[in-house]
Design a protein around this ligand. Structure first.
Ligand SMILES: O=c1ccn([C@@H]2O[C@H](COP(=O)(O)OP(=O)(O)O)[C@@H](O)[C@H]2O)c(=O)[nH]1
Ligand SMILES: O=C(O)[C@@H](COP(=O)(O)O)O[C@H]1O[C@H](CO)[C@@H](O)[C@H](O)[C@H]1O
Length: 274
């Protein structure tokens, strides 16, 4: 499932690469109100395409995409896993293939790609730091790349994480919600290249919008008390690393007076919608 806004230059290569990922039987592009030829290029490359007539932001495109994949799930068959890919990955999108097996085999409910350093990236780690600290405070997990949008998850986990946080807050909000709900997350190194934001005005404006959306996603959860109580947390942050599944709740019994229980989380699923 690929949210795409003005990605006519890269979407063909991304779609072709996504189609080559083992277990992917449906590639869906949500054209999020593009002003270029994204929808037609994507369709010609073999994707199913739906379109927002106006731009609604990445999170909204992801929700639309997940709804369309659900409509195409076969009655009586396992529900598709959802593999979210950014449209600018080009041919490297095939390198997200390692995200699928841990979820397919039930070792994780959601996997998240860790990208190598990107040539030309101009960030100073400010938004990434805000997202990482916020996830750590709420759940005890300290992910390497909390903003990474390349994720594979079960339908059940996705449904738990909806409604998604708006815009660029989607990954941070989803990570907190899944961990608090008791799901197992795992970062997976993937050799991907995307179009990084540079250290110029448009790059800094992008990071400003990212910062705002992450802060909104986090404060909404703070206000609702969405967190794993510190007394019931799992692994120490020092032991956490990509490749290692993480579940936020320890198996210790609930503290007296606590009403929050971590649910068990697993389903059997088969094919994958990218
Ligand atoms: O309003 C928007 C903005 C972005 N995107 C898509 O969301 C993904 C991530 O966006 P981008 O690569 O610009 O952000 P980054 O991950 O570099 O911060 C890409 O596939 C975009 O085409 C979208 O669907 N709607
Ligand atoms: O725009 C960027 O450079 C950063 C966010 O800015 P910061 O460097 O954290 O201030 O976010 C990007 O890089 C992350 C990897 O560290 C990716 O996971 C994000 O998807 C991407 O937006």
């Amino acid at each position: 499932m690929i949210p795409a806004k003005d990605e006519a230059d890269r979407i063909a290569a991304t779609v072709r690469a996504a189609r080559a990922i083992p277990h992917v039987d449906l590639v869906l592009v949500v054209d999020d109100g593009s002003e270029d030829d994204t929808q037609h290029v994507a369709r010609r490359s073999g994707a199913v395409v739906v379109r927002h007539s106006v731009n609604r932001g990445k999170a909204s495109a992801m929700e639309t995409g997940a709804s369309v994949v659900a409509m195409r799930d076969v009655e009586g068959a396992p529900r598709r896993l959802l593999l979210f890919l950014d449209a600018d990955l080009g041919e490297t999108a095939v390198a997200t293939a390692p995200l699928v097996p841990p979820v397919l085999e039930g070792r994780a409910d959601c996997t998240i790609a860790v990208l190598p350093p990107q040539p030309g990236a101009g960030g100073r780690g400010i938004v990434t730091g805000l997202a990482r600290r916020s996830i750590l405070r709420a759940t005890g997990w300290s992910p390497t790349q909390p903003l990474s949008g390349q994720r594979c998850l079960t339908r059940e986990a996705f449904d738990t994480a909806t409604p998604l946080s708006r815009g660029w807050g989607v990954e941070t909000g989803m990570t907190i919600d899944l961990l608090v709900a008791g799901y197992t997350l795992q970062e997976v190194p993937c050799d991907l290249r995307h179009r990084p934001s540079a250290d110029d005005l448009s790059g800094q404006l992008h990071r400003g919008a990212q910062y705002r959306d992450v802060a909104l996603a986090v404060s909404a959860r703070k206000m609702r008390g969405v967190r794993v109580p510190p007394t019931r947390r799992g692994d120490n942050p020092a032991r956490q690393r990509p490749g290692r599944p993480y579940r936020a709740w320890s198996d210790a019994p609930a503290a007296e007076g606590s009403t929050t229980e971590a649910p068990a989380a697993r389903t059997d699923e088969g094919a994958t919608g990218a």
